[in-house]
Design a binder for this molecule. Structure first.
Ligand code: GDP
Ligand code: IMO
Ligand code: MG
Length: 420
């Protein structure tokens, strides 16, 4: 068997959590492969809403194993809070969740370093989620990191050394934090994690595949936030593209099967950084209002704009996307005209390839599409789609050269249309 990978093709918040939940019944295992509590994956069903940060979105369907892979960075405090909330809602999380020994731990001082780095950058700040993601991955690559597997051997010593190093860095940045309270809570989180099945997840997943079991890998963030291919430096610190599933779970490239690429029918971004199709006008505000475009974790306003086919073609290429999933189509139900950017004009030249620098001087070239002006949230089959919406799908499939196999028309699990 091969693993299927589901990931975001834009700047995050495409609706990954919802679709992972919908697809989970087709799989035996669901695994997160990168990122950490910078993610906020929203699921809605039976009138309830959940936001998951570190825990995979496969936990609400029954009988699946869920895995936090080695590529994930885990904050013991936030993990404990998230897991306890889920236990309160009746999810037997300790039974279904396994955690990789090789996942790195986010320390309280990582969060402080994240904040200090942002302060230092001033106007050039990235607008991070403040969860310590960058400093934790920096330590991982710098070979200073603490891993989940360290919890059981000489942990106090390892922790003290890592903390001491961070305090030196913080002092150099002019900070003298008192972390006693945060640290006590963090240690509670460490004790809590010990109650979970800590495994060598690379062996577990490969044995599952060899035994004919199916695995769905859940991406976090979006491909345009990838540390290599995103709008650097305004990116996150992990490989959010499909290759990240290989390194973040220990799955070989020839074991990748379907790659589901998720995108919104328009585009959003939260935090700083270039966004060529951003709308600073009333239309952008209307998309934000109708789409409730506010961060699931930070509550920050998401910047909104028209769909960007130049960026989408780029991320489809990087990920080897085999199926597209279009989210939040219903948000555009009331618009007379919808725009799609198919090329950029830069210094008088037209380009259809995503350029190295997207800082300034880009004029998006739009194709205008007639709106469908019909509410779609209650639709249950593609036969009911208004003709103009069918035309929009056909237009996107032609421009992106990959079939759109799932269309989402509302936040609920049920508001999902699988195309035949
Ligand atoms: P993720 O990080 O990719 O899982 O996405 P988020 O959960 O951060 O953001 C997606 C938001 O859109 C959430 O509030 C979802 O409940 C909501 N959502 C998902 N699909 C749809 C849809 O098709 N229509 C509408 N209106 N909302 C949706
Ligand atoms: P999900 O999984 C949207 C953005 C932050 C910031 C940049 C770096 O819910 O789609 P970080 O804290 O990772 O160092 O911040 O990346 N960002 C996200 N934006 N959705 C996310 O996750 C994000 N995770 C990080 O806003 O611009
Ligand atoms: Mg999100």
């Amino acid at each position: 068997m091969k693993v299927d990978v589901l990931l975001g093709l834009q700047w995050g918040d495409e609706g990954k959590g919802k679709v992972v939940d919908v697809l989970t019944p087709r799989y035996n295992v669901v695994a997160r492969f990168q990122g950490g509590p910078n993610a906020g994956h929203t699921l809605e069903f039976e009138g309830k809403k959940y936001v998951l940060r570190s825990i995979p979105s496969g936990i609400f369907q029954h009988n699946q194993v869920n895995i936090i892979g080695n590529g994930v960075v885990l904050d013991p405090i936030l993990f404990m809070e998230e897991a306890i909330d889920l236990e309160k809602s009746g999810v037997d999380i300790k039974k279904i969740l396994k955690i990789s020994r090789k996942a790195h731990l986010i320390m309280p001082t990582h969060r402080l370093l994240d904040a200090a780095n942002e302060r230092l950058k001033g106007d050039g700040k990235i607008g991070t989620t403040g969860k310590g993601i960058g400093p934790t991955y920096t330590d991982k690559v710098g070979r200073y990191g603490l891993r989940v597997g360290d919890i059981t051997s000489n942990f106090d010593q390892k922790y003290a050394a890592a903390k001491q190093r961070h305090l030196v860095l913080l002092n150099a940045l002019g900070e003298t934090p008192d972390i006693a309270q945060l640290e006590a809570r963090w240690m509670e989180g460490i004790e809590y994690i010990k109650q979970y099945d800590i495994i060598d997840s690379e062996f577990f997943i490969n044995k599952q595949l060899a035994a004919g079991k199916s695995v769905l890998c859940e991406g976090a963030q979006g491909s345009m936030l990838d540390v290599d291919f995103g709008s650097y430096p305004f990116v996150t610190s992990s490989s959010t593209v499909c290759a990240g599933a290989c390194t973040g779970l220990g799955v070989a490239p020839n074991k990748i099967g379907e790659v589901y690429g998720i995108f919104k029918a328009y585009c959003t971004r939260v935090g700083s950084g270039p966004f060529p199709t951003e709308l600073h006008d009333e239309t952008g505000a209307e998309i934000r209002r109708i789409g409730h475009e506010y961060g699931a974790v930070t509550g920050r306003e998401r910047r909104c704009g028209w769909i960007d086919l130049v960026a989408l073609r780029y991320t489809i290429m990087l990920n080897g996307v085999t199926q597209l999933i279009m989210m939040k189509s219903d948000v555009l139900d009331g618009f007379d005209t919808i725009k799609a950017c198919d090329a950029y004009e830069i210094d008088g030249h037209i380009t259809r390839d995503f350029p190295y620098s997207v800082e300034e001087g880009i004029t998006p070239i739009y194709t205008e599409i007639k709106g469908w002006k019909t509410p779609m949230s209650h639709l249950t089959s593609e036969n009911q789609f208004p003709q103009e919406f069918k035309d929009y799908i056909a237009f996107l499939e032609e421009k992106l050269a990959v079939p759109i196999t799932i269309v989402s028309v509302g936040p609920d699990r049920e508001q999902t249309i699988i195309r035949s």
